[in-house]
Write a protein that binds this ligand. Structure first.
Ligand SMILES: Cc1cc2nc3c(=O)[nH]c(=O)nc-3n(C[C@H](O)[C@H](O)[C@H](O)COP(=O)(O)O)c2cc1C
Length: 182
């Protein structure tokens, strides 16, 4: 177990595969893989999650599989767009399907994208929710402001410093998850 690779699950606060948050998550998960982790992510386009409490939602098969995937990992990297100064309902709904049995004591890295100037509102709100789930967020965080011009055609971040920060975040998530095994 101690030698097994850290398993990291990516959670996106935007549904579309072509969204900025899915792109940012792709970069972070790639960095995690390069640092030796195994990664998984839930495809919200193919397997939508119902709103918590919607008719039939408690018995929903996608929800059960989503929860099983979450239970199987050591760590999470989350990326949410900022909507009206906070996280998207898409990411909050995913958090709301997770309970202590899926996430307690595990490690999180948090990232956000903004149409406007970079700020930490969404990142701080993500930290608050993760704390409520009794899990741990690493110190390094990533906010991508002016997101429309932040990525090049290949889906890479134009700002090299920001790109390095994504790699640092992924490494911290892995290092912390390993320390949590002890
Ligand atoms: C409902 C809504 C609210 C938004 N509120 C904010 C905001 O408060 N601050 C901001 O900088 N951008 C805001 N935006 C812009 C989004 O943050 C931006 O479109 C998003 O980060 C792009 O990521 P995506 O491609 O993953 O959707 C808002 C967009 C929408 C649709």
């Amino acid at each position: 177990m101690a030698d097994e690779p850290v398993r990291v699950m990516g959670l996106s606060g935007s549904i579309s595969a072509t969204s900025a948050n899915q792109s940012l998550l792709t970069l972070a998960l790639r960095a995690a893989e390069q640092a030796g982790a195994e990664t998984v992510r839930w495809d919200l386009e193919e397997n939508p999650l119902p709103l918590v409490g919607a008719a039939g939602s408690w018995e929903d098969e996608n929800v059960k599989e989503f929860q099983e995937m979450a239970k199987s990992v050591d760590a999470f990297i989350v990326s949410s767009p900022e909507y009206h100064g906070s996280m998207s309902s898409v990411i909050k709904n995913q958090f709301d399907w997770l309970y202590f049995e899926h996430v307690e004591g595990k490690t999180f890295g948090v990232m956000s994208t903004l149409g406007g100037q970079t700020n930490s509102n969404t990142l701080n709100h993500l930290r608050l929710v993760v704390r409520w789930l009794r899990a741990w967020v690493v110190p390094t965080q990533v906010a991508v402001g002016k997101v429309k011009s932040a990525f090049n055609e290949d889906g890479e971040l134009e700002d090299e410093e920001l790109a390095s920060r994504v790699e640092k975040l992924a490494q911290e998530v892995i290092d912390h998850a390993i320390r949590m095994r002890d």
